[in-house]
Design a protein around this ligand. Sequence first.
Ligand SMILES: [Zn+2]
Length: 84
Amino acid sequence: MILIPCPHCGPREQTEFTYGGDAGVSRPGRPEDADDAAWIEYLYLRDNPKGEHVELWQHTFGCRQWLRVRRNVVNHEIVAEEET
Ligand SMILES: [Zn+2]
């Protein structure tokens, strides 16, 4: 069980949250100028690091705020969190 510390609600079980993906992905700056490779990179390609990873989580069954969570994907330890 992962406990995610919500800045508004306190520590809550992961089942109250919805995973929103990698927080490090950024949309191409000028979409009309991006080529197919840039869109493929943005839409489909993700790193799969071992260790700490920054993720987006929404407190869906709580305050509904989006959080940026730094989580160690090996041991699921939450290192830091902040509101987006
Ligand atoms: Zn909350």
